[in-house]
Design a protein around this ligand. Sequence first.
Ligand code: HEC
Ligand code: HEC
Ligand code: HEC
Length: 138
Amino acid sequence: MNPSPPSQRKTRGPRRWRAPRGWTTLSACLLLSVPVVALGVPDKVRIPIVRDHGAGDPPDAALFSHWDHDTFTCVSCHPSTFPQRKVGFTHDDMNQGRFCGSCHDGRTAFGPKDKGVECETCHVPTKKREIDEDDLWK
Ligand code: HEC
Ligand code: HEC
Ligand code: HEC
């Protein structure tokens, strides 16, 4: 038998660190965003196609808009979910909760299979104007 007394410090410790953690995230975001924004972040990014779209599938690659996601901070997605460069992935990856699927799973945000969601919401046709002068975050 080892009669070591229960430590109260250990159970209280983590709670005290919650506020400092928030500040760390905030300053990390500021540090991360300032130099990159200065280089110009594109609003719209076509996700590279890594698996062919078949006949009957939407022909255009999915389009991601930074501006449509401006309620998030950079560190919500970078570098945990996406590197800050073009990288390809598939619906199988998303169905496993990765990439867009970390949010677009039908719970946090609409999922590809939700009722009423059109494929073209993400697979935006190329004919729609993609690039304009507002496309760079300044
Ligand atoms: C939440 C955004 C989103 C929605 C909604 C969505 N897709 Fe995708 N889809 C993607 C992304 C991102 C890719 C990867 C890039 C690419 O190939 O376009 C992709 C890829 C694909 C591919 C390539 C093969 C594969 O398995 O990944 C097909 C086919 C496809 N989508 C079909 C559809 C169809 C059909 C719908 C509507 C039922 C749909 N998508 C709705 C985001 C979406
Ligand atoms: C909601 C998620 C999300 C947020 C928030 C986000 N990004 Fe991105 N970012 C992406 C995605 C998705 C891509 C494209 C990745 C790919 O092609 O697979 C991307 C690509 C980029 C790229 C590369 C673009 C290119 O064409 O090579 C840069 C630079 C970038 N992001 C910077 C930022 C900065 C700076 C912020 C904050 C101001 C930010 N991002 C916020 C999701 C996000
Ligand atoms: C960090 C979470 C997150 C990630 C990652 C993310 N999204 Fe979103 N996205 C959202 C939320 C939340 C909304 C708003 C949902 C709503 O209005 O129901 C949204 C909205 C959208 C919209 C609709 C924009 C509009 O206003 O019309 C599209 C299209 C979209 N996302 C595509 C994507 C694609 C493609 C990816 C991956 C390349 C992606 N998103 C990754 C959270 C995310």
